[in-house]
Design a protein around this ligand. Structure first.
Ligand SMILES: Cc1cc2nc3c(=O)[nH]c(=O)nc-3n(C[C@H](O)[C@H](O)[C@H](O)COP(=O)(O)O)c2cc1C
Length: 261
């Protein structure tokens, strides 16, 4: 059996959850391709199981993932695959995994499981608090437990879908998708600045921005108006030159952290 896990991740949380899915599938003798959404070049028909993950932005999944579904998988002929959608979130509730499920269902795909995972808040420089080490370890344990459980049900032919109120789901989806369209594309312009004394114009943020929203003009970093609000740029800057709401901060990037011991 072969599985693809395709994820979009700004600060590493969604990627780390993808790694846990991968480990679980490997122990069940699956062949697994773990693919960053912007690197996808395969065909759905090559896989038996397709897992797709996104961060939650204002309660819904990233536009990047919706666009991916529209561009790459909506028109594929083989609709008999098993799909799992998931999101990661850091406070409150997420409806993103359910809206992704709905989006795929509309295109004729069978989503057999949908879940959201609470992960550490890497956005504490802008919103809510930084988590304590104890909270973080407990989140990692919960993710591993939840995925083991989810896959166990799937292997036994009884997949689980997160139960969410349909009314809230429709309400949030409509409301937040519209709201997000208004503010997310200008997130960087509105909230981020780069300290010219610290920035060396190394262009790492320019190269790594998943939506090509960052440019250099007149020896300065400037932002366009198609930001995803993924917070990758501010957290990967080697000089920590970004300011969020005019303040410097401790960077968050989970990519090199081990969550499976
Ligand atoms: C602009 C923005 C909006 C967010 N909105 C929410 C939200 O509504 N609810 C929530 O629980 N987390 C929210 N988060 C937190 C992220 O969903 C969470 O940290 C996620 O795990 C990040 O995934 P990543 O590290 O893969 O990018 C938001 C983060 C950002 C940057």
């Amino acid at each position: 059996m072969k599985a693809a896990i395709v994820y979009f991740s700004g600060t590493g949380n969604t990627y780390k959850v993808a790694e846990v899915f991968k480990e679980r599938l490997l122990t069940a003798n699956y062949k697994v391709d773990l693919v960053d959404i912007s690197q996808w070049s395969s065909k759905l028909r090559d896989y038996d199981l397709f897992i797709i993950g996104s961060p939650t932005y204002s309660k819904v999944a990233s536009a990047k993932v919706f666009n991916f579904i529209d561009e790459y998988i909506e028109y594929e002929d083989n609709k008999s695959k098993d799909f799992i959608t998931y999101t990661t979130h850091s406070w409150g509730e997420s409806y993103g995994h359910m809206t992704l499920k709905k989006h795929l269902n509309k295109s004729g795909y069978n989503v057999i499981s949908a879940q959201s995972f609470l992960m550490p808040n890497g956005f504490y420089m802008m919103n809510h608090e930084k988590n304590t080490e104890i909270e973080i370890q407990s989140m990692y344990r919960d993710v591993i437990k939840k995925i083991n459980n989810m896959m166990e049900f799937y292997f036994n032919g009884k997949p689980q879908i997160d139960k969410k109120s349909i009314i809230k789901q429709v309400l949030f989806e409509t409301m937040y998708k519209a709201l997000n369209k208004g503010w997310i594309p200008n997130f960087a312009n509105k909230y981020l600045k780069v300290d010219g004394d610290k920035c060396t114009l190394c262009t790492l943020c320019v190269k790594k921005c998943p939506n090509h929203n960052i440019k250099i003009r007149d020896n300065k970093i400037i932002f366009n108006d198609h930001c995803l609000a993924c917070a990758k740029c501010l957290n990967i800057c080697p000089k920590n030159a970004y300011l969020a709401k005019n303040k410097s901060f401790e960077q968050y990037n989970l990519v090199n952290t081990k969550i499976i011991k």
